[in-house]
Design a protein around this ligand. Structure first.
Ligand SMILES: NC(=O)c1ccc[n+]([C@@H]2O[C@H](COP(=O)([O-])OP(=O)(O)OC[C@H]3O[C@@H](n4cnc5c(N)ncnc54)[C@H](OP(=O)(O)O)[C@@H]3O)[C@@H](O)[C@H]2O)c1
Length: 430
């Protein structure tokens, strides 16, 4: 029999225990597919005494996860600790420097340090795999890196955070407010005690920057992702969106072209006719537009023990088969450097919700600011009282440059007719 692929697991939380369970449950099938056994030999986590619901007796316990990299009895290290820095990064560096395969689900580390790690993997001939880091169980890294490799991809976008999608779709179905639904999601374990990485869009931005690099053949550029989370989305926005024929989703959008590299995570109004409008609950979905293949649509579970373990073990199977190539689909030195796009020049429709004083002349003041900035209005709704007083005024603009909309809002700054900050959401018009 061919020698087993000997694996060390760093991190035995949700995903780590899932990997142990999957390798036990599907052992024979995984072995046939990999043409050799995949065998965990050593594990590491913080607390050795913690009950994890899995049998660890066959594995050697190692207190320091970074020490796993140097073990002679390990061919591949799987990092499921998380965090852009902490022990994950020195573990990745040491594993790849030693020429061993490295698998991770850690989007934060890949978004911040992916290029450095990919260059090190190339230098030592090691595999660097991270399918689970983007959209959990959905094979979107493989899909873009391999399946769509022959295409020029101009646009990649999607619903990349299951927690946000759960919150927005629950608000939509039950007509409840953001704070209440977030609290319930935390109680049910769908949202972290500190939910900021999810609801402020940072997690989705990590994933978007990775997808953009893979899709466009550009250098990872997490720093240039514009990020707007979902905290400001009100139940009223979701209801108005529905009246107008849209659903609200947190969407990460990346485009590359002569205009440069555009990357933005933001709550969007998605037309009901678009497949993303029908991605509900904690599901994730990614859309890519290739110049020969056309539109690709990937949908599935973006998180959770089973789906994430499925992606991690798929990477291990590739490694066991000896099938791997450059982490970002081409050597790091071939990745292009693209300057961030001038967002102001982008054109699109936007949804604007103003909370205004209930007095004559307000509508005229706002429409005058729009006219003076060169923004024309496609539809307008004036009905419904805002919770803290005042009334809502909602509009959808015709396609306009973003700088013109920004100009209109600037003209309205300081107006005593407008109560609080207006809410702006872009309309997904792809
Ligand atoms: N959960 C998901 O659905 C999901 C989906 C996609 C990607 N991911 C990614 O997968 C990774 C793991 O996520 P998770 O949900 O499994 O996390 P988790 O449940 O919090 O587990 C983290 C594990 O890492 C260990 N750990 C933490 N700090 C450590 C340290 N300093 N030294 C040694 N071990 C340490 C913990 O040890 P103790 O158990 O002893 O505390 C725990 O076993 C993250 O990068 C995450 O972004 C997760």
């Amino acid at each position: 029999m061919t020698a087993p692929l000997r694996v060390a697991l760093a991190g035995l939380g949700t995903v780590g225990t899932g990997v142990v369970k999957l390798l036990a449950a599907n052992r024979a099938l995984v072995e046939r597919r990999a043409a050799r056994p995949i065998q965990v030999v050593a594990v590491s986590a913080r607390d050795r005494s913690r009950e994890r619901g899995i049998d660890l007796s066959a594995f050697e316990w190692v207190d320091d996860p970074v020490a796993l990299a140097a073990r002679a009895d390990v061919d591949a290290v799987v990092e499921l600790i998380g965090g852009a820095d902490g022990p994950a990064l020195p573990l990745a560096r040491a594993t790849l420097a030693g020429g061993k395969a490295f698998v991770t689900a850690n989007k934060a580390m890949i978004a911040h340090h992916g290029l450095e790690l990919a260059a090190e993997a190339e230098r030592t001939g090691a595999a660097l795999k991270y399918e689970a880091a983007v959209a959990g169980g959905i094979p979107v890294i493989k899909g873009l890196r391999e399946g769509a490799a022959a295409n020029e991809i101009s646009t990649v976008y999607g619903i990349l955070n299951g927690t946000c999608n759960y919150i927005l779709t629950t608000m939509e179905k039950e007509g409840r407010g953001f704070d209440e639904v977030l609290r319930e999601a935390q109680q049910l374990g769908y949202a972290e005690a500190d939910p900021s990485f999810d609801i402020d869009g940072i997690d989705a931005a990590h994933k978007l920057s990775i997808l953009a690099s893979l899709a466009f053949g550009t250098r990872l550029d997490f720093g240039s992702v514009a990020i707007q989370g979902i905290r400001a989305v009100e139940a009223a926005d979701i209801a108005y969106a529905e009246t107008l024929g849209f659903r609200v989703r947190l969407v990460g959008v990346a485009q590359a072209g002569a205009f440069g590299l555009f990357q933005r995570v933001h709550p969007c109004l998605v037309p009901l006719s678009h497949p993303l409008a029908h991605v509900d609950g904690s599901l994730n979905a990614v859309v890519a537009e290739g110049n020969f293949v056309g539109r690709l649509f990937f949908e599935g579970r973006g998180a959770g023990e089973g789906p994430t373990a499925s992606a991690v073990v798929a990477d291990l199977i590739d490694i066991a088969r000896g099938e791997f190539g450059p982490a970002f689909a081409m050597p790091v030195e071939s990745l292009a450097t693209l300057a961030p796009a001038n967002v102001g020049a982008r054109e699109g429709r936007v949804y604007l919700r103003f909370t205004v004083a209930d007095k004559p002349g307000v509508l005229a003041e706002i429409t005058a600011a729009m006219r003076d900035a060169g923004v024309s209005i496609e539809s307008l709704i004036q009905r419904g009282s805002a919770p803290g007083g005042g009334v809502y005024l909602v509009m959808v603009t015709h396609r306009s440059p973003e700088h013109a909309v920004a100009d209109a809002l600037k003209r309205l700054e300081g107006s005593d007719s407008i109560l609080g900050a207006p809410m702006l959401m872009h309309i997904l018009d792809f």
